[in-house]
Design a binder for this molecule. Structure first.
Ligand code: FMN
Length: 351
């Protein structure tokens, strides 16, 4: 029997609040879920204790389904000479704020691939859904979630990734277009980027895979939702649209930039983290443009120094090196509580 994606996820409206590591919170996810969408936690940058705490807190705030997102990147290819050169290239920027860069860099996040303790914790706490970014776990891990009744989703930026996702038994594909804010979910970050738009990718995937497809990237209002559902998307996933909700963890500097610049430019940059990510254009993007992608160490090693520089600059009141991720639709952003935003989106889209 055919089940719609909303039935599969047991949600009222086919709207997913995107997982956003460092920005989505238990309050945001629970509010969206309580309003009939699917809230998400981004735990890709968390350890097991932090992740468990966030899941338990969300479960205390809602009895509705929500999703938990994991990073499935390949281990970083370390290159000592490149890392040293990168530290030197950033030294003058640290000096501008009276600081010094770290002497060595480290891989600050552990991938979910092969992370037994994280898997065990997820199977025990059993959120309704888990989603994967930057890759997909082996079939037996996906099957372990299915055996627990946990729905699985994974990001694809091109048809080849979608076919791998399908082959590994995942239930739902999140089609992430080039417009999207935050990190691009490409499995191989060194591969040529086809830069498919959300509009083109959703339609391609609907033809090439047999799984439900969620459209992600550049969707900010009911008209965008309606457009994506019209071209075949089974649901939509919005990240940037939720950044100004009071329930998000975006800090004041981020909020100010989102609110008070009416003509935002966004840029896909490797410089901040070592992987392609769409950010509000800032000093870090400009530095990355000058030195080029090949000067940047692998993800998440580059993010180690990226966070150090952002923290130092911020302590001097300068926001220009922060990871202010945002999608191309950012100029359409609205500031309202998450429940009101979800109701507004449902009404505008005529759902
Ligand atoms: C601040 C921010 C953080 C993000 N973090 C994650 C993440 O942790 N995991 C993930 O799968 N996607 C992440 N994304 C990407 C979203 O899942 C989604 O693809 C994107 O937000 C859709 O584009 P939009 O921002 O234009 O709505 C993030 C996006 C933003 C804006």
């Amino acid at each position: 029997m055919f089940r719609s994606l909303s039935q599969m996820l047991a949600i009222d409206h086919p709207i997913i609040q995107a997982p956003m590591a460092g920005v989505s919170t238990p309050e945001l996810a629970a509010t969206v879920s309580n309003a009939g969408g699917l809230g998400s936690l981004g735990i890709g940058a968390s350890d097991v204790v932090q992740a468990r705490t966030a899941i338990l807190k969300t479960q205390a705030l809602t009895s509705r389904p929500f999703s938990v997102n994991l990073f499935c990147h390949q281990p970083a290819k370390r290159d000592e000479a490149l890392e040293r050169a990168w530290i030197e290239s950033l030294r003058p920027l640290f000096a501008e704020f009276g600081g010094r860069p770290p002497e060595v860099l480290s891989e600050i996040y552990q991938s979910f691939i092969g992370h037994e303790a994280m898997l065990e914790m997820l199977l025990e706490t059993a959120p309704a859904a888990v989603s994967f970014h930057f890759g997909v776990p082996d079939r037996d891990v996906v099957q372990a979630f299915r055996d627990k009744g946990i729905v699985t989703l994974a990001t694809a930026t091109r048809p080849e990734e979608a076919l791998l996702i399908q082959a590994n038994g995942v239930d739902v594909i999140v089609a992430q277009g080039f417009e999207a804010g935050g990190h691009r979910g490409m499995f191989d970050d060194k591969a040529h980027d086809t830069q498919l738009s959300t509009f083109a990718l959703v339609q391609l995937l609907k033809k090439q895979v047999d799984l439900p497809v969620v459209a992600a990237g550049g969707i900010m209002d009911g008209a965008g939702i309606h457009a994506m559902l019209s071209v075949g998307a089974d649901a939509v996933q919005l990240g940037t649209a939720f950044l100004l909700c009071p329930e998000s963890a975006a800090d004041d500097g981020y909020r100010q930039r989102l609110k008070f610049s009416r003509l935002h430019q966004t840029e896909m940059t490797h410089a901040i983290s070592g992987r392609a990510a769409r950010s509000l254009e800032n000093d870090y993007c400009r530095h990355g443009r000058i030195v080029g992608q090949h000067a940047v160490p692998a993800y998440p090693v580059a993010y180690d120094i990226g966070k150090a520089l952002a923290g130092l600059a911020k302590s001097h009141g300068h926001q220009g090196y922060s990871a202010h991720w945002a999608g191309q639709g950012v100029n359409l952003i609205r500031e309202m509580p998450a429940a009101e935003l979800l109701q507004t989106l449902v009404r505008e889209a005529g759902l």
